[in-house]
Design a protein around this ligand. Structure first.
Ligand code: SF4
Ligand code: SF4
Length: 200
């Protein structure tokens, strides 16, 4: 006859008198550990629409789309929770450090369709004043100017954007086809900036 080892008896006694590791979820709520990584959420006010998080997402759970309805260009950023692995790379690499945060939500079981498991946010985009191509999100330009301070004056598009934000009139009459010298001081996409500098 084999006698139980002392080590196993000791383990059994300890677990008998200590708190259980398991809990009654889903019949009782479960509070995850403090550093638990759960579902990520965009913060519409703190995200600037730079898409850095989209570039680092290893599963493609994050994506964006730029659309122009005529009334205004916008960027839609999307999180798909059904393919997110909650790795936290988006939060770690967020440009503002506050645009996307992982929550403590761990239970993503649902009766909804898979396509409904997402969060979308929309950001206003600034367009090139010559060709109307979207350049960047308004919040991204505002954030950049704030971040680099007086250094933004080395970029004419940022100067023009800042002047418009301060309601300083910069509009000049210009030809749609060819650039005039004053166009250099407008909000332009890189392509039009190059044309304006070399042809006016
Ligand atoms: S937690 Fe990871 S997988 Fe999920 S959205 Fe962020 S980067 Fe992508
Ligand atoms: S601000 Fe952060 S959350 Fe928003 S697009 Fe940039 S990296 Fe992503």
């Amino acid at each position: 006859m084999k006698y139980p080892k002392l080590r196993e008896i000791k383990g059994a006694l300890i677990s008998f008198f200590t708190k259980s590791y398991t809990n009654k979820f889903p019949f009782a709520p479960h509070t995850p550990f403090k550093r638990y990584r759960g579902k990520p959420y965009y913060d519409k006010d703190k995200c600037i629409g730079c898409t850095a998080c989209v570039n680092v997402c290893p599963t493609g759970a994050l994506s964006f789309e730029d659309t122009d309805s005529g009334a205004g260009a916008k960027r839609t950023l999307k999180i798909r929770w059904d393919i997110c692995i909650e790795c936290g790379q988006c939060e770690l690499n967020c440009l503002t450090a506050e645009g996307i945060k992982l929550s403590q939500e761990f239970d993503i079981s649902t009766t909804e369709k898979r396509a409904d498991l997402h969060q979308n946010i929309e950001k206003e985009m600034i367009r090139c004043e010559h060709c109307a191509e979207p350049i960047a999100c308004r919040d991204h330009l505002v954030w950049t100017i704030k971040k680099i301070g007086p250094l933004h004056t080395s970029n004419t598009s940022l100067i023009a954007f800042q002047q418009q934000a301060l309601s300083i009139k910069t509009t000049v009459s210009r030809s749609k086809e060819k650039f005039v010298r004053a166009d250099r001081f407008r909000v332009l996409c890189p392509h039009c900036r190059r044309e304006a500098v070399f042809t006016s």
